[in-house]
Write a protein that binds this ligand. Structure first.
Ligand code: NAP
Length: 251
C-alpha cells in the first residue's frame, strides 16, 4: 500500500522547520521552485506562513503549512504524521528553526539556557529522530541542519546559542557515520551573518563594522543559504560536513 502511494508522488517531499520567516521562508521558496512538495512548519507567525502558502499556491506549487513548536516532542510527532498523511514520504528535512539571545554569560538564567537548548538543539534531536524511521525504511533521505558560524568559532555574549550550534555540528558528524550505510546524508550549514529579523538588534554601525570584516564585503541574504541547500539536496556524496556560507568572514 505504502509503495503504491509512494509511486503516486513523483516529486520529492521536504519539511522546513521555522519556514515562516527569514532564512526558512527562502528555503521554502527555493524548494517549491524545484517542484518539491513542501511542508512549511511555523510556530508563532501564522499570518506570514499563510502569505507564503498563498504566494506559492498561486504559482501552482504544492505547499502545506503546519503549526508546531519543534522544541516539543509531541508537536514534532504531529508534524511528521501530518506530512506522511499528506504526502506519504519525506525526502528532505531542513532543521532551520532557531532563536538567538545576546547576554553576558554570567547573566544567563536557567530559563534562558533551557529555552535555547530546547529550541535550537532538542528540536533537531526530535525532528531528526522522528523522520528517520521512514527514511531508513526507504534507504534514502537528506537532512540539513542550520548551524552557525558561532558554533565553530564561538560568539561572545552568545554562549548558550554557540553551545547549541556547536552541539548540532557534533550531532551532524556522529550521525552521518551511523546513517551512511542507510544512504541517508546529514550535513550542517553554518551561515555567517544573514539579513533577517534575528539581527534586528544590530545598529547600522554594527552592520557596517561587520561588513568591513567580511572579504566579500556584504551581509549575507537568506537566498545565499537557500542556494547552498539547493545544491546540497541534489548532491549524493557529501555527508557529515559543516559547510560555511559566510562571505569568507571565517575560514
Ligand atoms: P528568524 O528570522 O528569527 O526566523 C526564525 C524562524 O524560526 C521563524 O520562522 C520562527 O517561526 C522559527 N522558530 C523559532 N522557534 C520555533 C519553534 N519553537 N518551533 C517552530 N519554529 C520556530 O531567524 P533566521 O535568521 O531566519 O534564522 C534561521 C536559522 O538560521 C536559525 O537556526 C538561526 O540560528 C540560523 N542562523 C541565522 C543567522 C543570521 O545571521 N540570521 C546566522 C547563522 C545562523 P515563528 O515566527 O513562526 O515562531
Amino acid at each position: 500500500m505504502e509503495e503504491k502511494r509512494e509511486e503516486s508522488i513523483i516529486n520529492k517531499v521536504a519539511i522546513v522547520t521555522g519556514g515562516s520567516r527569514g532564512i526558512g521562508s527562502e528555503i521554502v521558496r527555493m524548494l517549491a521552485g524545484k517542484n518539491y512538495e513542501v511542508v512549511l512548519n511555523y510556530n508563532k507567525s501564522e499570518a506570514a506562513a499563510k502569505k507564503i502558502q498563498q504566494e506559492l499556491l498561486g504559482k501552482g506549487k504544492k505547499i502545506e503549512i503546519f503549526k508546531a513548536d519543534v522544541s516539543k516532542r509531541k508537536e514534532v510527532k504531529n508534524l511528521i504524521k501530518f506530512t506522511l498523511d499528506k504526502f506519504y514520504k519525506i525526502d528532505v528535512l531542513i532543521n532551520n528553526a532557531g532563536i538567538a539571545q545576546e547576554k553576558l554569560f554570567t547573566e544567563i538564567s536557567d530559563n534562558d539556557w533551557n529555552k535555547m537548548i530546547e529550541t535550537n538543539l532538542n528540536s533537531v534531536f526530535y525532528c531528526t529522530q522522528e523522520v528517520l524511521p521512514t527514511m531508513i525504511k526507504r534507504q534514502k533521505g537528506c537532512i540539513i541542519n542550520i548551524s552557525s558560524i558561532w558554533g565553530i568559532t564561538g560568539g561572545s555574549c552568545e554562549v548558550a546559542y554557540s553551545t547549541t550550534k556547536s552541539a548540532i555540528n557534533g550531532l551532524t558528524k556522529a550521525l552521518a557515520k551511523e546513517l551512511g550505510p542507510s544512504h541517508i546524508r546529514i550535513n550542517s550549514i553554518a551561515p555567517g551573518i544573514i539579513d533577517t529579523e534575528m539581527n534586528k538588534n544590530l545598529t547600522k554601525q554594527d552592520l557596517e563594522d561587520i561588513k568591513n570584516e567580511i572579504p566579500l564585503e556584504r551581509i549575507g541574504k537568506p537566498e545565499d543559504i537557500a542556494k547552498c541547500i539547493s545544491w546540497l539536496v541534489e548532491d549524493s556524496y557529501t555527508t557529515g560536513q559543516i559547510i560555511s556560507v559566510n562571505g569568507g568572514w571565517y575560514m
